[in-house]
Design a protein around this ligand. Structure first.
Ligand code: IPE
Ligand code: IPE
Ligand code: MG
Length: 253
C-alpha cells in the first residue's frame, strides 16, 4: 500500500487506539489535599495502575505504556525516592503472577541500571516470566527520559557507523527508531496526562510526533476504569490527519 493511502485510512477511522501512553501525575497533590504524606498518594497511585490495566484489557488495547518514574524524578528527596522504589518493589512482587495470569507482557524502558541491583533483578524476572504473553503489552517507563533515550540511540548508531556496520546515508527515521528502547512497540496513538498539567515532561519525545494528546484534571490516584473509557471516547472523536488536508475521507479519494 502507498504510504499516503495508509494515512488516509488512519485519518478517517474512528477506531480505538492501539497504543495508549499515560503520564500518571498528581499523586502528591492527591495526598496533600487529604493531609496525608506524599507516599500515601503514591500508594493509591499503584492501585490506580491496576484499574488502568483492567481498563486497557477490557477495551482490547494492545499496548499500554505507563510513565512511572522519570530520569528527573531522581532529583526528589532521598526519602521520596526510597518510598517510590520500595513501592515499585512491592508492586512487582505482588503483581507479577497476576499480570502473567492475565496474559500481560511486562517490559521496562529507561535507565534501569540506576536502580539497585535487587530491583533490576525483579525487572529481569518479570520480563522473563511474561515474555510470551500477548494480550496486553505493558511497558513501564522507569528512570526514563525521552532525551536520554535519543542520546543513547545516537551513541549506538555512532558506534555502528564506526564499526562500519551502517553507512551514515542509511540513517533514516526507521533506522533511528530501531535504536530506541522498545523498537518493536508502535508509536503511541494517544498520550494522556492526568492532574491538569499540560506538558510531556520528557516522555516519548521521538515517538509522540503524531500522538493525540489528552490532558485531564483527574489526579492519578483517583483514576478508574470510567476515566479510561471517557478518554477513549474523546480519542475516537478526534480526526487524525498526519499532514493530509482537513476533512479528507476515504470516499473522497
Ligand atoms: C506523580 O505524582 C508520580 C511521580 C512523578 C513519581 P507527583 O508526585 O508528581 O504528584 P504531583 O504532580 O506533585 O501532585
Ligand atoms: C512526570 O511527572 C513524570 C511522571 C509522571 C512519572 P512530574 O511530576 O515529575 O513532572 P513535572 O515535574 O511536573 O513536569
Ligand atoms: Mg507531578
Amino acid at each position: 500500500m502507498d504510504p499516503s493511502d495508509e494515512c488516509l485510512k488512519l485519518s478517517s477511522q474512528n477506531t480505538l487506539p492501539r497504543h495508549v501512553a499515560i503520564i500518571m501525575d498528581g499523586n502528591s497533590r492527591w495526598a496533600e489535599a487529604k493531609s496525608l504524606p506524599r507516599v500515601a498518594g503514591h500508594k493509591e497511585g499503584a492501585q490506580a495502575v491496576k484499574r488502568c490495566i483492567q481498563g486497557a484489557i477490557r477495551n482490547d488495547i494492545q499496548w499500554l505504556t505507563l510513565y512511572a518514574f522519570s530520569s528527573e524524578n531522581w532529583r526528589r528527596t532521598p526519602e521520596e525516592v526510597a518510598d517510590l522504589t520500595a513501592l515499585l518493589r512491592f508492586y512487582l512482587k505482588f503483581e507479577a503472577r497476576k499480570l502473567h495470569k492475565e496474559g500481560v507482557r511486562v517490559r521496562i524502558i529507561g535507565d534501569s541500571k540506576r536502580f539497585d541491583p535487587k530491583l533490576q533483578k525483579q525487572f529481569d524476572e518479570i520480563e522473563a516470566l511474561t515474555k510470551n504473553n500477548t494480550r496486553l503489552i505493558l511497558t513501564l517507563a522507569l528512570s526514563y527520559g525521552g532525551r536520554g533515550e535519543i542520546i543513547q540511540a545516537v551513541q549506538r548508531i555512532v558506534q555502528d557507523v564506526q564499526a562500519q556496520q551502517i553507512d551514515p546515508e542509511q540513517i533514516t527515521e526507521d533506522l533511528f527508531s530501531n535504536y530506541l528502547f522498545a523498537p518493536d512497540v508502535p508509536d503511541p496513538d494517544l498520550i494522556v496526562r492526568t492532574s491538569g498539567e499540560s506538558r510531556l515532561s520528557n516522555f516519548l519525545l521521538w515517538q509522540s510526533a503524531y500522538a493525540e494528546l489528552i490532558f485531564v484534571e483527574t489526579l492519578w490516584p483517583d483514576f478508574n476504569e470510567d476515566h479510561f473509557n471517557d478518554i477513549l471516547s474523546v480519542y475516537i472523536r478526534r480526526e487524525r490527519r498526519f499532514g493530509t488536508r482537513p476533512g479528507l475521507k476515504i470516499s473522497d479519494k
